[in-house]
Design a protein around this ligand. Structure first.
Ligand code: G3H
Ligand code: 13P
Ligand code: ZN
Length: 341
């Protein structure tokens, strides 16, 4: 089967009442880890690449690795999604390359740092929808700003400065016609999300529930959703790392989100932690090693374990073969039918 539309995966997830993890990749080992986890748990999968990942992999390496994954795991519905597209141009180049889903993150200006106006966000997202839907490509938008800053992307604010306003979110969905909506509820990108286990004061699940009540048909997306488990932090620190104590998003809060309209859950940091811990361990225990496979294999295995666990916790496990993936042309015809109605 070809790479599939994210919209179809999320529609199926909504029907089944589960969430789908979207895992960031930059290289072959990360793609392999996700695909092995998907096979083991029988999960549909969203693989996503940021602008940084596209640059790192010169786009083509990444795309062809995804085609290889698709060929080697034909039973897994597989989406290639652009994470945090900063402009219409970036989304256009992703679609031209073969991404089946794009995020137009118009919550920030194209510099990826400055919070934008509502009007700018609507206009940029609408433009991407107009370009993507005729090709059957899915569009995710964002309203409100996440905290933190990763690889130059992010306003560098704390997670609470630009929470999503529910009424504005409803207006945004109506004006843009997007497929999935990322909301800001207090999470941040990266490892340092919360100084202690989050409470309702710092992680605004009540806000999410309010948004879902206004937009029951909209697929919600939780960014910054790594749980930053203590055991992964400990392995890094045990083998010479220097992570400061920190808390992520507890899995039970994500599960509450899934009961309230969250269909896509973005996870990158947990996998970065797992990979780094495994590599540090080999370097520490076997300083005589210099074959990259001696540390990349355990790194890949450590990431696979995290991904398989999240797939089970989010509920996507067991759903890979529930439905026949639709070609993008069928998705395009559906959008056209809806537009004409
Ligand atoms: O949005 C954040 C993701 O973790 C991707 O991070 O921009 O460093 O590739 P990155
Ligand atoms: P984490 O940093 O919590 O893994 O979030 C990743 C993310 O939201 C990518 O868009
Ligand atoms: Zn994100």
């Amino acid at each position: 089967m070809p790479l599939v539309s994210m919209r179809q995966l999320l529609d199926e997830a909504a029907k089944g009442g589960y969430g789908v993890g979207a895992f960031n990749v930059n290289n072959m080992e990360q793609i392999q880890a996700i695909m092995e986890a998907a096979r083991e748990t029988k999960s549909p999968v969203i693989v996503q690449a940021s602008r940084g990942a596209r640059q790192y992999s010169q786009d083509k390496y990444l795309y062809h690795l995804m085609l290889a994954a698709n060929e080697l795991y034909p039973e897994i519905p597989l989406v290639l999604h652009l994470d945090h597209g900063n402009s219409v141009e970036t989304c256009k180049s992703a679609i031209e390359l073969g991404f089946t889903s794009v995020m137009m993150d118009g919550s920030l200006m194209p510099d990826g740092k400055t919070p934008s106006s509502f009007d700018y966000n609507v206009q940029a997202t609408r433009e991407v929808v107009a370009m993507a839907h005729p090709k059957g490509v899915t569009v995710e938008g964002e309203i409100g700003c996440l905290g933190g800053i990763e690889d130059g992307h992010g306003a560098g604010l704390d997670g609470l400065s630009h929470l999503t306003d529910p009424a504005q979110a409803a207006e945004f969905v109506k004006l843009t016609g997007l497929d999935a909506l990322a909301i800001a509820i207090g999470t941040s990108h990266g490892a340092y999300k919360f100084a202690k286990k989050p409470t309702g004061e710092t992680l605004k699940m009540d806000r999410l529930i309010e948004i879902h009540k206004l937009l029951p048909q909209t697929h919600l997306v939780m960014h910054g959703s790594s749980s930053v488990p203590k055991d992964l932090q400990d392995i890094i620190n045990q083998y010479g790392g220097k992570l400061k104590p920190t808390w992520g998003v507890p899995v039970e809060e994500i599960q509450l989100g899934i009961k309230n309209g969250v269909r896509k859950i973005n996870v990158d940091t947990d996998n970065r932690l797992a990979i780094t811990g495994a590599i540090r361990k080999v370097f520490f225990e076997k300083p005589e090693e210099f074959d990259p496979r001696s540390y990349l294999k355990p790194a890949r295995e450590a990431m696979k374990k995290v991904v398989a666990l999240r797939m089970t916790q989010f509920g996507q496990a067991g759903h890979a073969e529930d439905y026949a993936p639709l070609p993008l042309s069928v998705m395009a015809a559906r959008y056209e039918q809806k537009r004409a109605a």
